[in-house]
Ligand binder design. Structure first.
Ligand code: C2E
Ligand code: CA
Ligand code: CA
Ligand code: CA
Length: 276
């Protein structure tokens, strides 16, 4: 038994070693990803729960690694956040989105906002507001083309400073969403003072809606958001029955594979011209 135990320890440390190594590889490669042109922004349409028209887009980063193929943001975003590289990736992505906005300014997407995910180090970077403003000016894009998505943990890092920054973004014309709503620990009074216009119900709640109790929770979350004067987006919607329940509960917008997957710009333009 003793021998076996020792063997296990070796096996674990070996696996840990491998994982550490993989992480370091990702970190090193990520630093080169921008100038090697390996990053892309994909867009997932967000539709109206009433008429299913496109009301917004969420920008989602994609990384095509030369050897590893597509690396999921669920893998590389946490690495980028820990290494600090997320700040550079974030600026690259905002610049790319500005270029893409010019691409679709003569299509039906003209008036539509792009939702951009913000990590903690991006929102709290000392130059964030100023540099975002400058980027918009240089790229000739209005800040009102943007909606920023922050999670509860991003907003709770430094509440007063966060609220100040979010208000500055609002004043510039940006809208704000609270992402992964329901997975954090915000109180009603906290949500009430948070200057966000929209709550995005996390997909884990949508997945559980086959259960009656869970449907009641989703319905209550939507009602609560409306009482607070906020719009509601349901994310990760994949099934017709989920759509039907959400419409029933007066959800405002729906995002998920049931309607559209995240897609590259070229594909998005095709979808829009086909729908128009
Ligand atoms: P998120 O912000 O919660 O984004 C929604 C995720 O749900 C995306 O995963 C999207 O592709 C996925 N999704 C959309 N519809 C469905 C559906 O019907 N079913 C299922 N199962 N999934 C659906 P993705 O693209 O893999 O991104 C993962 C996470 O990585 C994002 O979660 C976000 O936290 C982060 N992320 C992605 N791009 C960026 C970025 O540019 N900046 C930052 N800071 N984070 C990003
Ligand atoms: Ca998001
Ligand atoms: Ca989310
Ligand atoms: Ca998330």
């Amino acid at each position: 038994a003793k021998g076996k135990g020792r063997h296990q320890v070796e096996w674990y440390s070996n696996e840990m070693h491998q994982r550490l190594w993989q992480r370091m590889e990702v970190e090193v490669d990520l630093r080169k990803a921008i100038f090697r042109n390996e990053l892309k922004v994909h867009y997932q349409p967000i539709v109206s729960a009433r008429d299913e028209s496109i009301m917004g887009l969420e920008a989602l980063l994609r990384w095509e690694h030369p050897q590893k193929g597509m690396v999921s943001p669920a893998v590389f975003i946490p690495v980028a956040e820990e290494s600090g590289e997320i700040v550079a990736l974030g600026w690259w992505s905002i610049g790319q989105i500005c270029r893409d906005i010019h691409y679709w300014e003569n299509t039906l997407l003209k008036q539509i906002r792009v939702s951009v995910n913000l990590s903690l180090d991006q929102l709290h970077h000392p130059d964030f507001i100023e540099r975002f403003h400058e980027t918009c000016q240089n790229m000739k894009v209005s800040p009102s083309c943007f909606r920023f998505e922050v999670t509860e943990s991003v907003t709770m890092a430094n509440v007063n400073e966060t609220i100040h920054r979010l208000k500055q973004l609002n004043a510039m014309g940006c809208e704000l969403s609270l992402d992964d709503f329901g997975t954090g620990f915000s109180s009603m009074s906290y949500l009430q003072q948070l200057p966000v216009q929209e709550l995005k119900i996390d997909k884990s709640f949508i997945r559980k809606m086959t259960d009656k109790k869970s449907r009641e929770i989703v319905s209550t979350m939507i009602h609560m958001a409306h009482v607070l004067g906020k719009n509601v987006v349901a994310e990760g919607v994949e099934k017709k029955e989920e759509v039907d329940w959400l419409k029933d509960f007066q959800c405002d917008k729906i995002q998920g594979y049931y309607y559209h997957r995240p897609m590259p710009l070229e594909e998005l333009l095709k979808v829009v011209s086909a729908n128009g």
